[in-house]
Design a protein around this ligand. Structure first.
Ligand SMILES: NC(=O)c1ccc[n+]([C@@H]2O[C@H](COP(=O)([O-])OP(=O)(O)OC[C@H]3O[C@@H](n4cnc5c(N)ncnc54)[C@H](OP(=O)(O)O)[C@@H]3O)[C@@H](O)[C@H]2O)c1
Length: 231
């Protein structure tokens, strides 16, 4: 990864205080994306932002924290990374600040305690539920569901997982693919937002693989597709 800080969009990572979100924050900040961590608590957001900033090499972009609604308003792109059970309530806090923007949903609908069994909400996927709640003024893209949080903050670790990017707007998908590639992963256009149900379901399957193989970060890789290092 490089550490250039050319003009990049500011990312608001809602739930960036958590396991998955904080790992993504680190991966994006180190390659120059200014990041605002969103939280229910401004204090918690600021504290996690300071903690993550301290781990980054000099030359990385800034990480700051704010309350969810303010973070979404200040971000150019919003990344939603909260547990499924918290999705509806969190979107209610950020819906205004997301209007006109791309929102990348990372959430997976899991039904504890059966977290290794695929479960789909009535809309088909958490991403489609998010789109319905955020409204037509927001372009929702689903991505990063299959990347385990386990090693994300360890920048010496190469994440061996492709990123399936589903959405109904090509330009919005390009934003998420760029974020995947910038974070050292491989983003793939996986079709319309309705296909988010497959990527979300895969996570339950991967959790089961992790449990049965006593590992922490199984992932997926699409074969038969050209990659930069092979071209
Ligand atoms: N962990 C993984 O390996 C992984 C991998 C792929 C996808 N995902 C998906 O990514 C999403 C986040 O996962 P995570 O493991 O990072 O979750 P997490 O650490 O449990 O939670 C992330 C953040 O969400 C907020 N949150 C938690 N519970 C909440 C509640 N009841 N109401 C409102 N906000 C709440 C918290 O932020 P504040 O307290 O700061 O508000 C928390 O720091 C989930 O949908 C998960 O399925 C996770």
């Amino acid at each position: 990864m490089t550490t250039s800080s050319s003009a990049k969009p500011t990312l608001a990572v809602i739930g960036g205080t958590g396991a998955e979100g904080s790992g993504l924050v680190v991966r994006w900040a180190v390659v120059g994306y200014p990041v605002i961590i969103g939280s229910r608590s401004q204090e918690k957001a600021a504290s996690v932002a300071a903690e993550l900033s301290a781990q980054l090499p000099s030359g990385s972009a800034s990480i700051r924290g704010d309350e969810n609604g303010a973070a979404a308003k200040a971000g150019d792109v919003v990344v939603l990374c909260v547990p499924y059970a918290a999705q509806e309530g969190t979107i209610a806090q950020i819906v205004e600040g997301c209007q006109g923007k791309v929102v990348v949903t990372v959430g997976v609908p899991l039904q504890p305690p059966k977290v290794s069994t695929v479960w789909r909400p009535a809309a088909g996927s958490a991403a489609e539920e998010a789109q319905a709640q955020l409204g037509d003024g927001v372009r929702v893209v689903s991505a990063f569901q299959n990347v385990s949080a386990a090693h994300l903050k360890d920048l010496s670790y190469t994440v061996d997982c492709d990123i399936l990017v589903a959405g109904d707007d090509k330009a919005a998908k390009a934003v998420a693919i760029e974020l995947a590639n910038a974070a050292g992963m491989f983003g793939i256009d996986a079709g319309p937002l309705a296909n988010a149900s497959v990527a979300e379901g895969l996570t339950a399957l991967l959790i089961g693989v992790n449990i049965r193989h006593k590992i922490k970060s199984s992932g997926i890789r699409i074969t038969g597709i050209g990659r930069a290092e092979e071209q």
